[in-house]
Design a protein around this ligand. Structure first.
Ligand SMILES: [Fe+2]
Length: 317
C-alpha cells in the first residue's frame, strides 16, 4: 500500500508528463465542431461562438472548457432562457460553476508544487483482466441507461448503484438502477470493490453503498463533501480514465488543491481532514469525442440502517 502522506515533506511535484497531458487526446478529437452541439442534449454544450473566436478556442480546449468570456455569455443566456424553470436553471448554473472552478484549480495544480491532503491513501488493483471485465460490465449497463434518464438528470453524470442506493440532494424518484451484490451483470465490478476493500483491510457488509459513475464528455461531479450518513472512510477506484490530465480534484479553502494521479485500477481512501474539511469534484473535457472518458466506483458504508434510502433492485439475473 502506498500511503502518500508518509512522504517526508508531504509534497509532490506534479508536472505535465505525470498526467500525460496532450498524449491521450489527439488534436482531431478536440477540434471544435459546431455540429456536436446538435448531437448532444446537454445545455452546457450549447455554446455559441463566432469564427474569429473558434481558432483560439481550439487551442485552449485541452486547457479549459470555457474562457471567461464564454462562461459569462453562457451564464447570461441561461438566466434569460430559464426564467420560469428555476430548478433547471440552478442545475445548469451549478454545472457551469463546477466546470470553471475545476479548470481554475487544475491550472493551479499543473503549475507545480502542491501539498497532499492529510488522510489520502492510494493503492492499486493490479488485475488488468479483472478491470477489463468490469469495464465491459459498465458498458453493458450504460447501454440500457440512455432511454430511462431524462435530460435534466443527464446534467451531471450517468451512474448506477450496487447493494445499497444513494439519492443526491435533488431527491425525488431516482431513475438510476440498483443491482444486487454479485448480480451476474455486475459481478466483476463487485470483485474489484472486494479487492480494493481488502487492500484497505476492510470487507463487504450489508451497509455498503457502491456507486459506479460514468463520465461522458460534458459530465461532471459537483464539488462536495460526502455526507455524515457515511462512515469515516470513503473509497474510490478508477476503472478507466482515458484523459489522465483530468482526475478527481480535492480542494480546501486553506490549502492548495490536489488532483489524484489517476491510472486505471488506482484506488483512493479519504479519511480525517481530507474526508471532512476538503471538497472533491471532477469535470470532463467537454469537447472530447470519446464515448466514455472516465469510470469511477465510489464505495462507502452507511452508519445506520435508517439512513439507507428505499429502492427496488433491478430484477435479479
Ligand atoms: Fe464524494
Amino acid at each position: 500500500m502506498i500511503n502518500i502522506n508518509e512522504k517526508e515533506d508531504n509534497e509532490l511535484i506534479i508536472n505535465k508528463e505525470d498526467f500525460n497531458l496532450n498524449n491521450n487526446l489527439n488534436n482531431e478529437e478536440l477540434e471544435y465542431d459546431s455540429d456536436l452541439d446538435n448531437n448532444l442534449d446537454n445545455d452546457l454544450y450549447n455554446i455559441e461562438t463566432d469564427k474569429t473566436e473558434s481558432k483560439s478556442i481550439i487551442k485552449k480546449q485541452n486547457e479549459r472548457n470555457y474562457t471567461k468570456k464564454e462562461s459569462d455569455k453562457l451564464y447570461k443566456n441561461t438566466l434569460k432562457e430559464y426564467k420560469t424553470n428555476t430548478t433547471q436553471r440552478d442545475r445548469i448554473l451549478r454545472k457551469l460553476e463546477t466546470c470553471n472552478l475545476y479548470d481554475d484549480l487544475r491550472e493551479d495544480i499543473l503549475l507545480g508544487k502542491i501539498e497532499i491532503p492529510k488522510g489520502v491513501k492510494l493503492v492499486h488493483v493490479e488485475d488488468v483482466n479483472l478491470l477489463k471485465l468490469a469495464n465491459e460490465e459498465v458498458e453493458g449497463v450504460v447501454k440500457g441507461l440512455h432511454d430511462r434518464i431524462s435530460n435534466s438528470e443527464k446534467l451531471t453524470n450517468f451512474r448506477f448503484y450496487i447493494n445499497q442506493p444513494y439519492f443526491d440532494r435533488n431527491g425525488g424518484g431516482d431513475p438510476f438502477p440498483l443491482y444486487k451484490w454479485n448480480d451476474k451483470r455486475v459481478k466483476n465490478i463487485c470483485s474489484v470493490v472486494e479487492n480494493a476493500l481488502k487492500l484497505y483491510n476492510k470487507e463487504f457488509s450489508e451497509s455498503l453503498n457502491v456507486i459506479v459513475r460514468i463520465y461522458r464528455p460534458g459530465d461532471i461531479l459537483n464539488f462536495h463533501t460526502d455526507r455524515d450518513d457515511f462512515s469515516e472512510s470513503v473509497f474510490g477506484c478508477i476503472l478507466k480514465n482515458l484523459d489522465e490530465s483530468r482526475g478527481l480534484i480535492l480542494t480546501s479553502k486553506k490549502k492548495k488543491p490536489f488532483m489524484l494521479p489517476e491510472k486505471d485500477g488506482m484506488c483512493w481512501e479519504i479519511t480525517g481532514e481530507s474526508r471532512w474539511d476538503w471538497e472533491h469534484g471532477y469535470c470532463t473535457q467537454f469537447k472530447s469525442k470519446m464515448e466514455i472518458v472516465r469510470v469511477c466506483i465510489t464505495f462507502r458504508f452507511f452508519n445506520e440502517k435508517k439512513a439507507i434510502p428505499k429502492k427496488n433492485y433491478e430484477d435479479f439475473m
